[in-house]
Ligand binder design. Structure first.
Ligand SMILES: Nc1ncnc2c1ncn2[C@@H]1O[C@H](COP(=O)(O)OP(=O)(O)O)[C@@H](O)[C@H]1O
Ligand SMILES: O=C(CO)[C@@H](O)[C@H](O)COP(=O)(O)O
Length: 481
């Protein structure tokens, strides 16, 4: 038996690169055990992962947690948003999942926006103008390129739904993750029949949307499951909504997440509907909203540039006037799915460290450029930015965000905020508390505040100018993408 003060819960983050599991003491928020196992993502034109590998990674992460995982009274799974999981009549994946950062659906995205009323109508109906990340565009791509896969599909799931269902045997999702599909109507908070009919997707193949605070099911009796039979299973949610819960976020506090994706968001009481498409009008897992902007090129792009230069990722140098828009995977914010990386201003005296700094700057510029649009009128524009995700650990990321934002930056000491948010949701099932209140009781956002420094207006303006002047180049396809 563990020495916990309260019951134990398990929170899971099944993200793009790995699955992380935490066993948490509900009374104190103490992390009693943790585990992590990696996934593989295809490279080349598409980005795909085998959902069965997520399950294996979950089992491995829980194995690392040991006995406390079996003692857990409740579990919840947060996961990468948008991924299209297609299951056959036996619940087996028809093909690998198409992930959020797969930009092959760019033509279908354009077509769907046009065919269903244009950007404003989309924003009003679903909260968002879909980008290539949205599940609806992936389904349309699949219908066009692999009709036999569509015919074989009997159930459509998001990544976190897939794992939850393997635990409970029930097809469920939640409003947070459903809001990233493109087939969820933000006004009625139900599946949007018009969109589903248009893309030929049977609503019966979609999971039931579990309400905030409702139990999704219990762990079914089977010897291959990493939990005890009967353990309560919460709805789970998308990873950004989970991190918002994990921070105990109150409306108006901005979060900047540096992981495979770069993300800026804040909880809002108002339903967003941005017709420019920069801000995705997601729902949170609580009953509020989560206006959010997301980039495709963040930590992986910068790490790739460091590797190309043969530098450690921290080996940045100041100075010079080189601009680097690191859109190695195409980009979503700004909306340039066909873009590739663009370098401007290279001189004889540019150093490798300056080039690397320019890659950090380019990644952060895209996020901060969207921040003002993400924050509603009631948001306080002087509070510290909460910096989370794997990149938040790096001094070069922290300093770049400070210099380009001119705002104080708070780095929570808790590392796994998505998994902690899922754990808080699971804890809420046991105690009846609001999960964000659980996270505040656990003090998950605590961490050093780095004071504001003067904003580097010149660097910011230089990047904005290059971005605008290079528009035709950035819209051009360069290879098989
Ligand atoms: N100390 C560090 N400094 C800078 N970057 C880091 C550090 N530790 C991890 N990272 C970055 O964090 C990324 C993983 O972040 P994470 O939020 O776990 O990703 P995801 O949730 O998308 O799988 C890696 O790509 C790596 O570049
Ligand atoms: O697409 C989005 C948000 O819209 C991404 O934030 C994904 O949810 C992937 O998250 P990470 O694996 O980078 O955490």
């Amino acid at each position: 038996m563990s020495t916990a003060e309260g019951p134990l819960v398990v929170g899971v983050d099944t993200s793009t690169q790995s699955t992380k599991a935490l066993v948490v003491d509900v009374a104190t928020g103490r992390i009693v055990a943790s585990g992590q196992a990696p996934h593989t993502v295809t490279t080349g034109a598409g980005r795909e992962s085998d959902p069965r590998q997520w399950w294996d990674a979950l089992c491995e992460a829980l194995r690392q947690c040991g006995e406390p995982a079996h003692e857990a009274a409740a579990v919840s799974i947060g996961g990468q948003q948008h991924g299209l999981v297609t299951l056959d009549a036996d619940g087996e994946p028809v093909r690998p999942a198409l992930l959020w950062n797969d930009v092959r659906s760019a033509p279908q995205t354009r077509r769907l926006i046009e065919e269903l009323g244009g950007p404003k109508a989309w924003a009003e109906r679903t909260g968002s103008v879909p980008s290539t990340s949205f599940t609806v565009t992936k389904w349309a791509w699949l219908a066009e390129h692999e009709p036999e896969a569509v015919r074989a599909t009997k159930a459509v799931r998001l990544p976190h739904d897939y794992l939850t269902e393997r635990l409970t045997g029930l097809g469920t999702t939640d409003r947070g993750d459903a809001s990233g599909t493109g087939w969820w109507a933000a006004g009625s908070e139900a599946y949007d029949e018009q969109t589903l009919a248009h893309i030929g997707l049977d609503p019966a193949s979609l999971p039931r949307i579990v309400r905030p605070g409702e139990v999704a099911g219990t762990v079914r009796g089977s010897h291959d499951l990493p939990f005890s039979t009967g353990t309560l299973v919460a709805a789970g949610t998308g990873d950004n909504a989970a991190a918002a819960m994990g921070l105990g976020l109150r409306p108006g506090t901005p979060v900047l997440s540096l992981g495979t994706s770069g993300v800026v968001y804040a909880v809002s009481k108002h339903r967003p509907a941005d017709p420019t498409g920069t801000v995705a009008g997601f729902a949170d897992a609580h009953g509020d909203w989560l206006p959010l902007a997301c980039t495709l090129n963040c930590t992986l792009a910068v790490d790739r540039i460091a590797a190309l230069l043969g530098l450690d990722r921290q080996a940045v140098e100041p100075g010079g006037s080189v601009t680097f828009l690191p859109y190695l995977d195409g980009e979503r914010t700004p909306n340039l799915p066909n873009a590739s990386g663009l370098l401007h201003g290279l001189r004889h005296d540019t150093t490798p460290g300056q080039l690397l700094q320019a890659a950090y700057d380019g990644a952060v510029h895209a996020l901060l450029g969207a921040l003002d649009l993400v924050l509603d009128e009631e948001a306080d524009r002087t509070t510290p930015l909460l910096l989370i995700g794997g990149g938040a650990r790096g001094a070069a990321w922290q300093e770049t965000v400070r210099r380009l934002s001119g705002r104080p930056v708070q780095v929570p000491e808790a590392k796994e905020l998505v998994a902690l948010g899922a754990a808080a949701q699971a804890a809420g099932l046991l105690t009846g508390e609001d999960p964000a209140a659980v996270a505040r009781r656990w003090n998950t956002a605590a961490g050093p505040v780095l004071e504001a420094v003067e904003r580097d207006e010149a660097a910011f303006a230089r990047m904005s100018e290059v971005l605008s002047d290079a528009a035709p180049l950035l819209e051009r396809r360069t290879d098989a993408h």
